[in-house]
Write a protein that binds this ligand. Structure first.
Ligand SMILES: Nc1ncnc2c1ncn2[C@@H]1O[C@H](COP(=O)(O)OP(=O)(O)OP(=O)(O)O)[C@@H](O)[C@H]1O
Length: 349
């Protein structure tokens, strides 16, 4: 019978894996949540490695580190990527209605304007709004036959590729899928979409901490999550519960976006914190993660969402647009893509 090895061996393996550093993020692969399902059975190590397509070089490095273990006959490493995708990020919130989808679509628009190839996966099974926010009505998702099996073809609008669970549902009907169906749809969306080459895939996660969220986080190579909150304390408390879920899987929090931070007076330009203040800063301090941006309350954000014109691209001089551009710039700096896009933009000029 197979013998599951004691914790001490597991610890020994984890210590070696922690010596493998992802060069862009300058952190070890364990802290980055890339190593999952680690098991040692008899003299064999099994693990899953959740990475982007540009990080395949980590596999031989891991094998080389683990070869130092005299008792290990072989390490089986299962690479888990989303075909064609470099960086997968989650956009999450503790509760609904705080502007998570608005943030996702506008960050996608800002990244795309900076030259990145961007995809959006609308996995918000409770309120899949991204098609509307990008001006797409109900459209059939095309399925194409490829040598690797049937694949969904994403829709493309404003330079952004999009797949949404909303496109599978009849308009104005609630999505009432039971657990196993939901699980299957989500895993299909993670594995069976023909994205082409993407620099970023942003996953708009459902709010809260239910089964759907956990499936997506566990089964996708999300290398970081952006948490969206509003400034008031109840929203902040919900985000704290949300963070616990990410910590369990080991996915790092890249930063906080505080939405609906203040209202700007049209006459004097003064800022009024309608929903209180300090929530975003408080969370950022608690999590030691940056406050990526504070987005004002602006009726143009709302109308842009309703009409499929994200403010980040439709009104580039607005304050909200500036904040989204700042967030996109900071993501490009984190993932060392700034140079690539500067060159890209110049070439296109
Ligand atoms: N800063 C803002 N100023 C004005 N309106 C906003 C702002 N942010 C979001 N909204 C509006 O608030 C509503 C809810 O936003 P959104 O759908 O992005 O929230 P959500 O957190 O994704 O909600 P859910 O989880 O229920 O899908 C939308 O009508 C959106 O246009």
């Amino acid at each position: 019978m197979d013998k599951v090895q004691p914790d001490s061996l597991q610890q020994e393996v984890v210590q070696l894996l922690k010596q493998v550093i992802e060069p862009t993020l300058k952190n070890d692969i364990v802290s980055l949540g890339m190593v999952r399902n680690l098991r040692i059975v008899d003299d064999y190590i099994y693990l899953r490695l959740y990475i982007g397509i540009h990080q395949q070089h980590l596999q031989p490095e891991i094998e080389s580190k683990l070869s130092a273990l005299s008792w290990c006959k072989k390490a089986y490493i299962q690479i888990c990527t989303i075909p064609g995708v470099k960086i997968t990020l989650g956009i999450s919130s503790g509760k609904g209605g705080v502007g998570k989808s608005t943030t996702a679509v506008n960050i996608a628009a800002a990244l795309s304007l900076q030259g990145a190839k961007v995809g959006l996966l609308d996995a918000d099974v409770y309120g899949p709004n991204l098609p509307q926010m990008l001006g797409l009505g109900q459209a059939d998702i095309e399925v194409i036959h490829t040598p690797k099996g049937d694949k969904f073809l994403p829709l493309e609008v404003q330079g952004i590729k999009l797949i949404s669970v909303g496109l599978l549902a009849e308009a104005n009907r609630p999505l009432a899928w039971r657990g196993p169906v939901l699980h299957k749809i989500i895993t299909q969306f993670l594995q069976d979409v023909e994205w082409g080459d993407l620099d970023y895939l942003l996953i708009d996660l459902p709010p809260g901490t239910g089964d759907a969220q956990i499936t997506i986080i566990q089964e996708s190579p999300i290398c970081g999550v952006i948490l969206v909150t509003t400034p008031q304390q109840v929203a902040v408390a919900d985000v704290r519960r949300n963070i616990y879920m990410f910590r369990q899987v080991g996915v790092p929090v890249l930063g906080i976006v505080e939405n609906m931070s203040y209202l700007i007076c049209g006459d004097c330009g003064s800022r009024t914190p309608i929903f209180g203040s300090g929530g975003g800063e408080q969370l950022a301090a608690e999590l030691q993660a940056p406050l990526l941006g504070q987005i004002p309350i602006d009726s143009h954000i709302c109308s842009g969402g309703d009409t499929g014109n994200p403010i980040a691209s439709s009104d580039r001089t607005s304050l909200a647009s500036e904040v989204f551009v700042k967030i996109a710039t900071s993501l490009n700096a984190t993932f060392m893509l700034s140079d690539k896009f500067t060159r890209h933009t110049r070439r296109d000029d």
